[in-house]
Write a protein of this length. Structure first.
Lengths: 543, 319
């Protein structure tokens, strides 16, 4: 079988990207939107030193393909390179290990042309065989590799065309795959690592080609990275060519938020993750710490309604809930400074996001009139009822973010004001999948971090898991079409339409964007967020 | 003696089996399973194909009937094999073996501190002639028992680490990092010990034989330390088993606050993701420690207090 791949203008884009990257290096005046002003002050960036980064948890695994938790990904992202990188500012996919690529018009075949000269830290070359071994192994990794497995859904194999050319094929159109190759979950591992079992990879770690290598780790204690000498195949987005600045990076696991902030202020660590609203005042006080925030791309925090529930089949009820939520009040009360209310079902940092803020405006009057028109009358207890049924919903939530409880309690009050009762039910994390599959819920509270809009298809297509029990319809067609379109303009139109459909019909109620906030000591420079709001440390240096 | 020992060991085995079985049932009754917890490792709501989850359940054996799972686990546990952690893939035994030294360091240091400080408070409170000092010292133990460990830890870190920069706030490298956690863990244990010892000392000091000793001209200090303490310490010694249990339980909180590795931290992470093999391992370990500590107390007791053996012998002859 031979398909003629459509040659896109990747080469021209590469040159443009390199030119942009080069000019940033030369002028050093721009910095990134998240970087510090260190380089701009005329301080010469300094190589060497150890960066200590305190995070809250340890995932118990040092294989980037089997870890989803941010706290551990911060470290493991640094030990693997990806075929491509994604520009956090534009969402564009740009060269990294692959210097160019072609995507077939049906979005089923992806051909990557690797740059020569890159090696894994065991000395073996980063070649087409390594691409094949990495992708062949990933789907067999098991429960912990759900991200990688999802990206490779429908994977039929990789053909080694020549040493530096790999052709990846899928049985169905899979337009999101290109962005997926920029994620840590599909970072390349050496053939030797790919042969190991999932458990071995978790405990022994993997051999990557990244700017840092795993030097060691202690369970529940720390993960230590050391600079890879001779590294010279960085992403086209990075400002510094060649090796990373830092000699070492130590990720220390500090579960207590108060201890993390105190350690940062007292200089025992250089940076911390998971800064919450409550920690901000303490950190802003001393003047030696910068707070960095970036909205996570993907599906915003939302009330995922079960559209098969009799109450929620009523469009007026769904729309009324959507209008009755005061998103700004929630942001102000419970989320870190710099967080934004939802302006679509996708966060504004997601590629192909569309601003629908007008439709997500707080309008209690509209909520009331929608409910009145649909026959929901206020009862003596302040809750509306119709034909003897009270307008009362249960919202299930999981203790996976500190903001969940206060946010939901606020939503509870806001909806009470228009006569809708919300009952909150906290469930253990181990139950998420079961609840999603059984459909035994009115609404689920949560979000999904993913830097490609195809997450809308995985979440809301009725052909897939269909967690929210939507009826098959127009949305399915639109979502399937965007997955099969490699033309960005066409895909933009389709993705916008999908967002419109979801928001208009209030299938789920978008509430607030998840924002990742870091605390970084002023002596640390250029600690940047990548496109999925995790961190990139190649360019980071300490003065 | 041999029959006594065999009986006690039999009891210990029964306790371990019961702890294992009950915890297995409780974990099984919980909704959700480790596979779902792992799949939700990204902590967001991304949906997973049901077929995929089913395949994984099969792989880990969670699809089998509960009795089969139980017998499988039990059969291996008897041979000392608790299987592999579902979350990390490492054998449970080596996971716990790696964490244990840290917890032992912490609990041993805390126990020494608790005995020294608790003992000193109890002794001085019952010895001092100043009424106000006695009252102050006597009220310390109840304060220590009622303060949450969590709070004590955070206060100590705030003051000694963040303000005065004297000691590290986290980690378990070196002796300096052991001081704050050990003190934190010693406070409730030492306070309990002090309460008990002080009460027992007060009772003992009223006993006729102490009067006799005084009448024979023994000095106050000698009476207090030689005559009264030896008897008064016995009830406190009985508590050793419970103290060990308390220390193990306290290590869960202390290891979390001070970011130390250890059995307590392993327990917390295992429970969060319903990592059944590790939780089972921790339970069996905890139960064994408790059983062994109590057994040791029972065996040493007759050496300290000859009356116990006599009483046992009498019982045997009458019964």
């Amino acid at each position: 079988m031979h398909r003629a791949p459509q040659t896109t203008a990747v080469r021209r884009r590469l040159i443009a990207t390199l030119a942009v990257a080069g000019s940033i290096v030369l002028t050093t005046a721009c910095g990134s939107d998240v970087g510090t002003a260190g380089a701009a002050d005329g301080d010469a960036a300094k190589a060497g030193g150890t960066l200590t980064f305190a995070v809250g948890s340890y995932a118990g695994c040092v294989d980037p393909q089997q870890v989803g938790s941010n706290d551990t990904i911060y470290a493991l992202r640094q030990i693997v390179d990806s075929l491509t990188d994604q520009d956090p500012a534009t969402g564009k996919v740009v060269p990294w290990l692959a210097e160019r690529w072609e995507v077939s018009p049906d979005a089923r075949t992806f051909t990557f042309h690797l740059r020569p000269g890159a090696t894994f830290s065991d000395g073996t070359p980063v070649d087409a065989q390594a691409v094949k071994d990495t992708f062949d192994a990933a789907p067999k990794l098991g429960a912990k590799a759900v991200l990688a497995i999802g990206y490779l859904s429908g994977y039929t194999g990789t053909r080694v065309v020549d040493d530096l050319t790999a052709e990846v094929s899928f049985k169905q159109p899979n337009a999101q795959f290109l962005q997926a190759t920029s994620t840590f979950s599909l970072g390349l591992v050496s053939s030797a690592s790919a042969r190991k079992t999932a458990d071995q990879r978790c405990t022994e770690g993997i051999i990557g080609s990244g700017p840092f290598k795993l030097e060691g780790y202690k369970a529940n204690q720390s993960i230590t990275l050391a600079r890879r000498t001779g590294y010279n195949w960085g992403s086209s987005l990075w400002r510094k060519p060649g090796e990373a600045y830092l000699d070492k990076v130590v990720f220390t696991i500090v579960p207590e938020a108060g201890v993390r902030t105190g350690s940062l202020q007292s200089g025992q660590v250089d940076a911390i993750g998971s800064v919450g609203l409550a920690d901000e005042s303490a950190l802003q006080g001393g003047g030696n710490v910068d707070l960095r925030a970036r909205a996570n791309p993907g599906v915003v925090f939302n009330l995922g309604l079960n559209n098969s529930r009799p109450l929620l089949r009523d469009l007026a009820v769904r729309q009324a809930i959507q209008a009755a939520i005061n998103r700004q009040e929630i942001v102000n009360a419970t989320f870190p400074t710099g967080s934004k209310p939802a302006t679509s079902v996708l966060a504004h940092t997601t590629p192909l996001y569309t601003d629908l803020s007008a439709q997500l405006a707080f309008d209690p009057g509209k909520a009331v009139s929608l409910l009145e028109a649909a026959g929901w009358r206020l009862g003596a207890d302040g809750i509306r009822a119709k034909d003897g049924t009270r307008l009362s919903l249960e919202v299930d939530w999981f203790a996976n973010a500190a903001t969940n409880r206060p946010t939901l309690e606020l939503i509870q009050q806001q909806l009470k004001a228009v006569g809708v009762e919300i009952r909150l039910r906290e469930l253990p994390i181990a139950q998420i999948t079961q609840i999603q599959q059984s459909g035994d819920f009115d609404a689920l509270w949560g979000n999904i971090t993913r830097a490609d809009p195809d997450i809308l298809r995985s979440s809301y297509s009725t052909a897939l898991a269909n967690t929210y029990r939507l009826d098959p319809g127009k949305l399915d067609t639109v979502l399937d079409e965007q997955a099969a379109t490699t033309d960005t303009t066409k895909r933009q139109a389709l993705v916008s339409q999908a967002q419109q459909l979801i928001v208009e019909n209030a299938y789920v109620i978008p509430v607030v964007e998840l924002t990742t906030e870091l605390g970084v000591a002023k002596r640390v420079h250029d600690l940047d967020f990548e496109a999925s709001s995790r961190i990139q440390l190649h360019d980071t240096w300490k003065s | 003696m041999r029959r006594y020992l065999a009986g006690r060991l039999g009891q210990a085995v029964a306790v371990l089996w019961a702890a294992y079985t009950v915890s297995f049932l409780v974990l099984d009754l919980l909704p959700g399973d480790p596979v779902s917890a792992m799949a939700a490792g990204g902590l967001d709501q991304a949906a997973i194909e049901p077929a995929q989850i089913e395949a994984l359940r099969r792989e880990y054996g969670f699809d089998q009937p509960i009795l089969v799972q139980y017998l499988n686990y039990l059969g291996r546990a008897v041979r000392g094999d608790f299987g592999n952690s579902v979350a990390t893939g490492r054998p449970v035994t080596s996971t716990l073996a790696d964490a244990l030294p840290y917890t032992l360091q912490l609990t041993a240091a805390a126990l020494v501190l608790a005995v020294v400080l608790g003992g000193a408070v109890a002794l001085y409170a019952t010895y001092t002639a100043h009424r106000w000092l006695r009252q102050l010292l006597m009220s310390l133990p109840s304060l220590g028992v009622s303060l949450p460990t969590f709070w004590i830890g955070l206060m100590l870190v705030q003051l000694l680490s963040f303000r005065l920069h004297l000691l590290p706030a986290f980690g378990n490298d070196g002796a300096a990092s052991l001081i704050l956690p050990a003190v934190t863990l010693a406070v409730p244990t030492g306070a309990m010990l002090a309460q008990l010892l002080a009460k027992s000392l007060l009772t003992t000091l009223d006993e006729p034989y102490v009067q006799t000793a005084r009448a024979k001209g023994a000095g106050r200090t000698r009476v207090h330390l030689r005559h009264a303490l030896r008897n008064a310490a016995l009830p406190a010694f009985t508590m050793a088993g419970i103290l060990v249990g308390n220390l193990m339980a306290g290590s869960v909180v202390v290891e979390t606050v001070f970011s130390r590795n250890g059995v307590g931290r392993e327990t917390v992470s295992a429970v969060t993701v319903q990592d059944i093999p590790v939780v089972q391992g921790v339970i069996v370990f905890g139960a064994s420690t408790f059983v062994l500590a109590n057994l040791a107390v029972d065996l040493i007791y007759p050496l300290l207090d000859p009356r116990i053996v006599v009483a046992a012998a009498q019982q045997r002859s009458t019964g």
